[in-house]
Design a protein around this ligand. Structure first.
Ligand code: ADP
Ligand code: MG
Length: 406
């Protein structure tokens, strides 16, 4: 099995443009094993200094985030030119997978809203991150997509992949000139290469929410070029008449505000959008619960998908064996063990000894004494019988022959 630093790489979970995501283990004595995820920068990219710098940016930013809605990063390291970061292992599905399984119906609106609200809480934590002096870093995730949101089997929602997140720094551009990230969730300001702020992430969550509720992609089958053209002219698709019955009007308004082409019309922060969604929930679904609804989904309709993931994580691992011992040493060990005298049992307490079983010798002695006793009694009785006829013969004669005379 391959190793990277102190991590044993068990199996590959995913492979993206930047790296490989491994299921990994840290091992300790007596079969101790703690599972985690190791995200390794692809070796060919690790040779390029700017890629390494991006990877380190992601790791150092992610390791400073600590929030229940953000995957936890443990450490970053390099070994022989291989760069990696270690993360907590999440057991669940990406939101993309959940979305695919729920299509074409879409999720229950209240569940979709709860998931979006959690993503916004995680994003707000990142947006608010400050430097050592507490000055805001102006972080923008820039790649909020359903592939980068994870929903765990126990009902948690976690934001992943700060790979292209930036803090007020020039953006990385892809070779064909588009800003990095997935176009289908990008805002017009992001595509226009204007300096972006946290409202670009708010836009992305708005798109995700709309897609989760309607069960349809915002851009349908449009290709990247068509999407860019429409975004540049500020055309963001609105809800279709067929959605009206399914999506309550107040919720439609919230989604449209989040995805406003003009960013000044969007929620100013992720926190504000989360508050608005929670307010909607408090009216429309006051008794609902994210955890119980997700757990019910994974225990019911989505159980096959859950079991498939669990099986892939349950990679058979043989129990740790003791280190092999050379044949001669083993013989010596056995011989030595055989020669060790077995210590005598401790003396029994008096009361226990009296109740205890006889030893063989005691049994033999007792039996011999009983036999001798019986033999003595028998011989005394026999000698008495020998004497008896002389003393009692008239009675005997009289009994057997009462009238002997003719
Ligand atoms: N901590 C984790 N636990 C479980 N799966 C993960 C974890 N991190 C990433 N993954 C899986 O790996 C995929 C790619 O990870 P991501 O961090 O998004 O890297 P990339 O930069 O390649 O997109 C995710 O979509 C998810 O399926
Ligand atoms: Mg990703």
């Amino acid at each position: 099995m391959r190793r990277l630093g102190k991590y044993h790489l068990v199996t590959e979970l995913a492979r993206g443009g930047m790296g490989i995501v491994w299921l990994a283990e840290i091992r300790g004595p007596r079969g101790f094993a703690k599972r985690c995820v190791v995200k390794e920068l692809l070796p060919e990219l690790a040779r390029a200094p700017h890629r390494r710098a991006m990877f380190l940016d992601e790791a150092s930013l992610a390791s400073r985030l600590s929030h229940r809605n953000v995957v936890q990063t443990h450490e970053v390291g390099d070994e022989d030119g291989r760069w990696f970061m270690a993360l907590e292992l999440l057991e669940g599905l990406t939101l993309r997978r959940l979305q695919e399984l729920a299509e074409p119906r879409g999720l229950r609106p209240a569940l979709a809203v709860r998931i979006a609200s959690e993503v916004l809480r995680g994003l707000h934590h990142a947006h608010e991150l400050g430097d050592e002096r507490g000055e805001p870093l102006g972080i923008v995730h820039r790649d909020v997509t359903p592939q980068n949101v994870f929903v765990t089997f126990d009902g948690q929602v976690k934001l992943l992949d700060f790979g292209v997140a930036k803090s007020r720094a020039p953006r990385e551009e892809t070779r064909d000139g588009f800003a990095k990230g997935c176009l289908a969730y990008m805002s017009p300001d992001h595509v226009a290469k204007a300096p972006i702020d946290r409202r670009a992430d708010v836009f992305a969550v708005g798109v995700i929410l709309r897609e989760l509720i309607t069960g349809e992609r915002l851009w349908g089958d449009a290709d990247d070029r068509a999407i860019v053209c429409r975004l540049i002219t500020g055309e963001v698709p609105i809800f279709e008449p067929r959605h009206v019955a399914r999506v309550p009007s107040a919720l439609r308004r919230l989604c449209e505000m989040a995805t406003a082409a003009e960013r000044a019309e969007r929620f100013t922060t992720a926190h504000h959008m989360a508050e608005a969604l929670d307010a909607w929930l408090s009216v429309e679904d006051p008794d609902g619960s994210l955890v119980s609804e997700l757990v019910a989904l994974f225990d019911g309709e989505l159980a096959p998908a859950r079991d498939e993931v669990r099986a892939s994580l349950r990679v058979a691992r043989p129990l740790p064996r003791p280190p092999p011992v050379p044949a001669r040493a083993r013989t010596t060990e056995l011989a030595t063990r055989d020669l060790v005298p077995i210590p005598p049992p401790p003396p029994l307490p008096h009361s226990v000894a009296r109740r205890g079983a006889f030893t063989r010798r005691e049994t033999f002695t007792t039996a011999m004494a009983v036999i001798a006793g019986i033999a003595a009694i028998v011989s005394v009785a026999a000698s008495r019988l020998d004497d008896e006829p002389e003393r009692g013969s008239p009675d005997v004669v009289a009994t057997s022959d009462p009238d002997p005379t003719p």
